[in-house]
Each structure stands twice: as structure tokens, then as C-alpha cells.
Write a protein that binds this ligand. Structure first.
Ligand code: SAM
Length: 222
């Protein structure tokens, strides 16, 4: 994918400028597909439930990190109902500002709002039970994504889990010149995961999304 990016600094700054102009709403987070948010969240809940609970190998429910969190759409409906504390990280300050009101009363259980690009973000070692990374990996170069996933691995608690949920292309890397991102195919994504030293525990395709959008896959990693 690096060969498709002419200039790394421009790749990142164009994305930042793009998101600064987007409305801080659920519809804005989902590129006009706000109506699929409930299907998405319900699919994620079902997926995550498989790993949570008591007993050997089960993932704890103390603290989660929402990566590329935007206004906190996932934090509000998936993570805060399941975890005692949730941290948010996003490159767009305006979205994190909006999250403080969008999350309502439950915002009091947010630990930190980090305004930072994931390519520069160093999550605290050993802090998280679950690191949720949705609809943002296309904004990172392959090398930066590998390095970020490695840092995520070090920031997991015992039996912690990293979840990537994102668009996948049918074949190869498909650039989006509007929001300055790239859509990868599954073999490339799996290769990146392996380079980061992570194992895929489970992989699923999200069902019941509109036909005209990319397939969305969810991967549980540790
Ligand atoms: C498609 S939205 C998804 C938001 C959220 N994950 C959701 O599903 O509702 C992409 C988000 O990624 C953020 N973003 C873009 N590039 C980023 C980067 N390099 N690091 C962190 N966040 C980034 C944008 O500000 C935006 O909030």
C-alpha cells in the first residue's frame, strides 16, 4: 500500500482536514449511512459476548479503548454498557468535544479523551481488556498499522483482546482520494496482523449491511 501513497505527511494531513469538515453526528461518522448503526452495534455485541465473562481465557470488563472513536458512537452503545471505564482516542478534537455531551450522563465513566493520530499514539502498557478499532485502519499506512497493533498488544491486560472491524475490498488496495484512506483486502489485513505478532482468534463478516457498500469483517486478535 505504501507505493500508492505519494507523500505520507500529505496522506495524514488530507485525512485530518477531511474529518474536520464532517458533522459531529452518527450520520457523519458513517458517511451518510447512519441508519446502519444499530445493525452494526448489535453485530458487534454478539461478536464480543463470545469472549467476555468469568473463567479461564475469558476477557475482563474493566477498561476498553475506542480507537478512531469519533463522537463515541461505539463507546456509547457497545463499550460503556459492557466496561467499567472507556478511553477514547481520535485525531479530530471537535469529535471528542462532541462526545462529552453525546455520551450523556455515562460520560462520567470515560477515563481519557486522547486527541492523537493512531500512528503517534502509545497506549498505556497493561491497561486494556479490549481495544476496539473500527473504521479507521484505512487511515494508517501498513507499517504504521503494524507498529500500532504491536503497541496495542503491549497495552492489553491478561486475556485482553484487540478487535478490528472494518471494510475489506474484494482484491488489492483501493484508495479513497476523498477522505485520504485505503481499503485493504483480507489477505493483506491478515498479513499485517501476523507482522504485528498477533493471532486471529475469530473472524466474521457483518451481515445485513446494504449491498452497495464494502463487506465489513470483524477480527478478534491477541
Ligand atoms: C469513519 S469514522 C468512524 C468513527 C467510529 N469508529 C465509528 O465507527 O463510529 C473515522 C474516524 O477516524 C478518525 N481518524 C481518521 N484518521 C485518524 C488517525 N490517523 N488516527 C486516529 N483517528 C483518525 C476520524 O476523525 C473519525 O472520527
Amino acid at each position: 500500500m505504501e507505493d500508492l501513497i505519494e507523500d505520507e505527511a500529505t496522506f495524514y494531513s488530507k485525512a485530518e482536514l477531511y474529518w474536520k469538515e464532517v458533522n459531529p453526528t452518527v450520520d457523519g461518522m458513517l458517511g451518510g449511512y447512519g441508519s446502519i448503526s444499530s445493525i452494526d452495534i448489535n453485530g458487534s455485541k454478539k461478536f464480543l459476548y463470545k469472549f467476555l465473562g468469568e473463567g479461564p481465557g475469558k476477557t475482563g470488563t474493566g477498561c476498553a479503548l475506542d480507537c478512531g472513536a469519533g463522537i463515541g458512537r461505539i463507546t456509547k452503545r457497545l463499550l460503556l454498557p459492557l466496561f467499567r471505564t472507556v478511553d477514547l482516542v481520535d485525531v479530530t478534537q471537535e469529535f471528542l468535544d462532541k462526545a462529552k455531551t453525546y455520551l450523556g450522563e455515562e460520560a462520567k465513566r470515560v477515563g481519557n479523551y486522547f486527541c492523537c493520530g493512531l500512528q503517534d499514539f502509545h497506549p498505556q502498557a497493561g491497561r486494556y481488556d479490549v481495544i476496539w478499532i473500527q473504521w479507521v485502519i484505512g487511515h494508517l499506512t501498513d507499517d504504521h498499522l503494524v507498529e500500532f497493533l504491536r503497541r496495542c498488544r503491549s497495552s492489553l491486560r491478561p486475556d485482553g483482546l484487540i478487535v478490528i472491524k472494518d471494510n475489506v475490498s474484494y482484491e488489492g488496495v483501493v484508495p479513497d482520494h476523498v477522505d485520504s484512506s485505503m481499503c485493504r483486502d483480507l489477505p493483506l489485513l491478515r498479513q499485517i496482523v501476523a507482522r504485528a505478532g498477533l493471532t486471529i482468534l475469530c473472524e466474521e463478516q457483518q451481515q445485513n449491511f446494504p449491498e452497495e457498500i464494502y463487506q465489513v469483517h470483524t477480527l478478534a486478535l491477541r
